[in-house]
Ligand binder design. Structure first.
Ligand code: PEP
Ligand code: MN
Length: 339
């Protein structure tokens, strides 16, 4: 962090600030320029409050030269993190696919879909038991019963289960029953929830918020990691733009950019990005070509009758065809399908 003092600031004011930083365990380099002094803070400045320094009447400008995230930062952890779920790895040369319906609806539905996506090469089964719906009148998910149906599908197929946690009150039950805890886009900055999943032992799939920057997204991962859980998988799921033809806009740049910023694996959700089944293939292919570590895809055995997001769900047959295409492309990207 660099602090530029106002011209003519008295030495005792500079000494006061320097002493304050030294108390925080930082080393301060002092450069006396023509008319103004520049302080360079060396050490862990993640906990330094920039705003507090900015309001000091003797300070002209404050600039961060280091990112505010540490545990998620590639600078301090150059090698890719690989998150292991069951027998599958996500990140570091592995390519894994999570597939399943938007919501768990019935025993027959989830087991049928689980078997078909497994046969096509999916490594994990997704399915929402608790659904974050825009309208309170829309289907809200079947709740805790959904977790038990997911467990039945896991017992039938062996596929680990990925499902969304919306409330801290279910952390214990998710810890017991779920393999990967999904934090949805709408809760990306629910900091209480992030701190609680940070205390869990299960990997966390952290979706990018609808209108959040890369740094905000990585800071949310940092929350989870700072609470003790370093098994974070990032998921780009499309962002809000001025375009309304598609549900969201897939930010392909997020894949290489976030990989440069962080060592955490990043997967892509082409279903919520585009919002239509016919957009899933091209968006998935673009994501794989940009170097993502995996995909999460909505698949339904009867999309027309799905209780949620049928318009963007693939049939099992369509998913199987997509898997053939993305697996070939992933190989070209030097990734190995992990199941
Ligand atoms: C989902 O994956 O079921 C979901 C609700 O996605 P998002 O949080 O990305 O909207
Ligand atoms: Mn959905």
């Amino acid at each position: 962090m660099v602090i530029v003092m106002k011209p003519g600031t008295q030495q005792r004011e500079i000494d006061k600030l320097v002493a304050q930083f030294q108390l925080q365990g930082l080393t301060v380099g002092i450069t006396n320029g023509v008319g103004c002094t520049i302080l360079g803070l060396v050490g862990d400045t993640t906990a330094v409050d920039m705003d507090k320094i900015t309001i000091n009447e003797h300070v002209e400008r404050v600039m961060r030269v280091q990112e505010p995230y540490k545990k998620a930062n590639r600078k301090f952890h150059p090698e890719d993190t690989v998150v292991t779920v069951g027998s599958a790895g996500i990140g570091g040369g592995n390519f894994s696919v999570i597939a399943g319906p938007c919501s768990v609806e019935s025993e027959e539905q989830i087991i049928d879909i689980a078997k078909s996506v497994q046969a096509s090469g999916a490594a994990m089964l997704r399915g929402g038991a608790f659904k974050p719906r825009t309208s309170p009148y829309s289907f809200q998910g079947i709740g805790l019963d959904g977790l038990d149906l997911l467990l039945e599908a896991k017992a039938e197929t062996g596929l680990p289960i990925v499902t969304e946690l919306m409330s801290t009150k279910y952390c214990d039950i998710f810890e017991q029953k779920v393999d990967v805890v999904q934090i949805g886009a709408r809760n990306m900055q629910n900091f209480d929830l992030l701190k609680e999943v940070g205390k869990m032992s299960k990997p966390v799939l952290l979706k990018r918020g609808l209108a959040n920057s890369y740094e905000e997204w990585i800071m949310s991962a940092e929350y989870i990691m700072a609470s003790g859980n370093e098994k974070v998988i990032l998921c780009e799921r499309g962002i809000r733009t001025f375009e309304t033809y598609t549900r969201n806009t897939l930010d392909v740049s997020a894949i290489p950019a976030v990989k440069r910023m962080s060592h955490l694996p990043i997967i892509v959700d082409p279903s919520h990005s585009g919002g239509y089944y016919w957009l899933v293939d091209p968006l998935a292919m673009a994501a794989v070509a940009a170097g993502c570590d995996g995909l999460i895809v909505e698949v339904h055995n009867d999309p027309a009758c799905a209780r949620c997001d049928g318009q963007q769900s693939l049939t099992p047959k369509h998913f199987s065809e997509l898997m053939n295409k993305v697996t070939k492309l992933a190989e070209m990207m030097n990734k190995v399908l992990s199941v």
